[in-house]
Design a protein around this ligand. Structure first.
Ligand code: DON
Length: 303
C-alpha cells in the first residue's frame, strides 16, 4: 500500500475545511494555537513511518495522555486498578459530573476526566515522582525525550474548575488516596505533554504489537492488557462521540482537546492525526474527517 500518496491526498482533501469547528479555549493557553494546522502520521508493524502536513509539530496531547497513564497503571497494578474505575461508555461529555453522584464516586471508565483523575491518584501512590515517571514512560515509548508544556499545565491549573470539582467530589466518597492538589498536579501535567503526530504514532505502537514496544522489543503490557486498552479506546476513547467514531471510522481511537487523535489497527498500524479546531464533543473536526478518509482509502478498519 502506498501510504505516502494516501496521506498526501488526505491532507489535500481536508485543507479547504481546516479551521471548521472551534479551538479549545477553556484552557487559555490552547486558545492561542493557530487552527489551520493539520498533520497525519502512520507507523506500520513492519516499522515504516509515513507522514504528511504538520506531522512533526509538537502539540498538547491532552486526553490522549489518558491512554499512557492507564497503561502505566495497568502495568504497575494489574487488575487491582479496576476496584475504583468502571469499563462502560458514559454517553456523557468528558468532563461531566452527573453520573458520579449516582455511582458513588466510581467513574464509568478511565478515559473520562473523572476516571483519569482516579488513575492519576493510583500513580501518585505508586511513584515518588509521578510526573517524572509518566514523562519517562512516554519518552521510552517513542524513544525520544518528551516534555511538559509548563505554560499549558499552569493555564489549566488556574482555570480547571471542573476538574477541581470532580477531584474533590471523588475524594468526598473516599475514592482518592492522595491530596487533591497532588493528583491534579499530575493530571494537568500529563495533559500538557507535548508530542508530534510522528512521536504519537510511535508511542502507541505497543497497542498494535500485543503490548510490546517494537522499538526496544520490551513488554509494556501483556497482550491481554493491550487488547483491553484497545477495547476501551473503541468504546470510550472519544466520549459521547464513541458510537459515531465506530460508525464512521471503526478503529480504537483516543482524542484530546489539543486536536490530536490516535487510532490503532491491531497487528497492522497506528495512526495519529492533528488539527486544533474541535467539534461539539471535543474531537478534532479535520482529524475525524482525515481518519474517515484514511479508512475509506485503505479499507483498513477493525470491522
Ligand atoms: O481535563 C481537561 O479538560 C483537559 N485537560 C483534557 C480534556 C480532553 O482532552 C478531552 N478530549 N477530547
Amino acid at each position: 500500500m502506498n501510504f505516502a500518496s494516501i496521506l498526501e491526498a488526505i491532507a489535500d482533501e481536508v485543507r479547504p475545511s481546516l479551521g471548521d469547528g472551534k479551538v479549545a479555549d477553556y484552557i487559555p493557553a490552547l486558545a492561542r494555537v493557530p487552527a489551520s494546522q493539520f498533520g497525519i502520521a502512520v507507523r506500520t508493524t513492519d516499522g515504516r513511518e509515513v507522514c504528511a502536513g504538520d506531522a512533526s509539530t509538537p502539540f498538547s496531547i491532552q486526553s490522549i495522555s489518558k491512554v499512557f497513564t492507564l497503561s502505566l497503571a495497568m502495568q504497575q497494578l494489574g487488575d487491582g486498578l479496576w476496584d475504583r474505575i468502571g469499563r462502560e461508555p458514559s454517553g456523557d461529555p468528558f468532563n461531566s459530573l452527573v453520573q458520579l453522584e449516582h455511582e458513588q464516586g466510581k467513574p464509568r471508565n478511565p478515559f473520562i476526566n473523572a476516571g483519569a483523575i482516579v488513575v492519576a491518584d493510583r500513580l501518585v501512590s505508586q511513584f515518588a515522582n509521578p510526573k517524572e515517571a509518566v514523562r519517562q514512560f512516554v519518552s521510552s515509548l517513542c524513544e525520544e525525550e518528551v516534555g511538559f508544556d509548563e505554560e499549558v499545565a499552569r493555564s489549566e491549573a488556574a482555570t480547571g474548575f471542573r476538574n477541581i470539582a470532580l477531584a474533590n467530589f471523588i475524594k468526598s466518597f473516599g475514592k482518592l488516596d492522595n491530596p487533591v492538589a497532588d493528583v491534579l498536579d499530575l493530571y494537568f501535567h500529563q495533559c500538557a505533554l507535548s508530542l508530534s503526530c510522528v512521536q504519537l504514532a510511535r508511542a502507541c505502537a505497543y497497542l498494535c504489537h500485543d503490548g510490546r514496544n517494537p522499538l526496544c522489543d520490551q513488554p509494556v503490557l501483556t497482550d491481554r492488557q493491550a487488547r483491553r486498552v484497545n477495547a476501551l479506546m473503541l468504546t470510550c476513547g472519544t466520549y459521547d462521540a464513541a458510537g459515531e467514531f465506530a460508525f464512521r471510522i471503526g478503529l480504537p481511537s483516543k482524542s484530546g482537546v489539543g486536536g490530536g487523535i490516535i487510532a490503532v489497527l491491531p497487528d497492522r498500524l497506528t495512526v495519529c492525526v492533528w488539527s486544533p479546531a474541535l467539534g461539539p464533543s471535543g474531537n478534532s473536526v479535520a482529524g475525524m474527517r482525515a481518519l474517515e478518509l484514511f479508512v475509506e482509502k485503505t479499507k483498513l478498519s477493525v470491522f
